[in-house]
Design a protein around this ligand. Structure first.
Ligand code: KG4
Ligand code: ZN
Length: 358
């Protein structure tokens, strides 16, 4: 039995978790900084770093206490190395190094993007990942920083089928919410505003799907683009403001949010299902912060082909957390793949040719 302490600080959540043998989450403590960044309409990297600095110790104490363990019981410290905001990542990484050195534990470096995929298997996914019949697996990672489709085979080799060529899906929702004056973070606010709204009232574009009558170039078949939807919203907003004495009519908010969210969800689901069919996958993983979205979840439940197993990440593990870091890190720990104490953070996602958890 091994206990891994996971540490996550890539963006605006300070998180520490204790995970047993890769899957069983004994604790997952998260301190959200959302309220601190809301006034700025988005995450301010230096502010995030300072907040991590003060939050890490209490969040660590909470994670250990909830799991009913001490640092002596921990076998390794796993930490998010990147991708993410460098000032924020550095705080968590250095905290993890200090803990590991001080308590004589090995350090394990975890890729945040890969950890998001792994989050779908926390608690009870053990059998799925070990079963060869679960592959190929198609993972859709949709968060504030990523929109990516990764094809994973039974040996863990991975191939990126597509990614966003401009904004991430979460970013598209965050920016729309900001434009409509609804606040930050946009994903959950847009979802709430859209409830009961008419998804067909306004026609937002579905970029790179061929729906506008323009065939999709082969290289963009599984790529995403969300900036066109955002621009269409800006024009819609301006048009309605001009027609209504300079104010966006509040009675249009619900239908606007519903139609906009529908465009984002429609593109994500349509492309994922098309890739699932083309590559004859056995499972679809949906993960990352946007995977919290109820409309996205319902749509996948409805449209995933019957012979394909849907792995919807539990909502509590969709947004940034350290359980996914501790769980994912366990696999590297098991293989003795430890990080040296001079590793640095990285901001951008590297090419992923192999996932470490298979
Ligand atoms: O995974 P995450 O916590 O951080 C990154 O790694 O980026 O994802 C945050 C993103 C934000 O863009 C947020 O608006 C979005 O996830 N999000 C949602 C929902 N909850 C969070 N998007 C749509 N619907 C939601 N319910
Ligand atoms: Zn994330």
């Amino acid at each position: 039995m091994s206990l891994i302490l996971g540490i996550e600080s890539s963006c605006d959540e300070t998180a520490v978790a204790v995970v047993r043998d890769g899957y069983q989450v004994l604790s997952s403590a998260v301190a959200s900084q959302i309220a601190k960044h809301a006034a700025h309409g988005g995450v301010v990297p230096e502010l995030a770093a300072r907040e991590h600095l003060t939050a890490l110790n209490p969040v660590l104490d909470e994670a250990l206490a909830t799991a009913n363990v001490t640092m002596n019981d921990i076998d390794a410290v796993a930490v998010t190395q990147g991708p993410g905001l460098i000032p924020a990542l550095l705080v968590g990484l250095n905290f993890a190094k200090g803990l590991a050195i001080g308590h004589h534990k090995p350090l394990v470096a975890v890729n945040h993007f890969v950890a998001h995929i792994y989050a779908a298997f926390l608690d009870d996914g053990h059998g799925v990942l070990e079963d060869k019949a679960s592959y190929p697996l198609l993972a859709l990672v949709v968060s504030g920083g990523h929109s990516s489709l990764l094809l994973i085979n039974e040996t863990g080799e991975a191939r990126q089928l597509g990614c966003t060529i401009d904004d991430a899906a979460g970013e598209a929702l965050d920016k729309a919410s900001k434009l409509l004056g609804l606040g930050y973070p946009g994903g959950p606010i847009m979802q709430k505003t859209a409830e009961g709204g008419d998804i067909n009232r306004f026609n937002f574009p579905r970029p790179l799907t061929g729906s506008a009558g323009k065939p999709v170039a082969p290289e963009n078949l599984y790529n995403f683009s969300f900036s066109g939807i955002k621009t269409a919203l800006l024009y819609h907003y301006r048009r309605e403001c001009e027609a209504n004495g300079g104010v966006f009519p509040p009675e249009l908010l619900k239908d606007t949010a519903a139609s906009y969210q529908e465009a984002v969800v429609d593109v994500l689901v349509r492309k994922t299902i098309a890739a699932a069919r083309e590559y004859k996958v056995r499972g679809i993983v949906v993960s990352g912060g946007v995977a919290c979205n109820s409309v996205l979840r319902e749509r996948f439940e409805k449209l995933t082909p019957k012979n394909v197993r849907l792995h919807l990440t539990q909502r509590k593990y969709c947004t940034d957390n350290a359980a996914m870091v501790g769980g994912c890190g366990w696999h590297a720990f098991k293989r003795g793949e430890f990080a040296s104490f001079d590793i640095d953070s990285f901001a951008r996602i590297p090419m992923i040719a192999k996932v470490p958890f298979i």
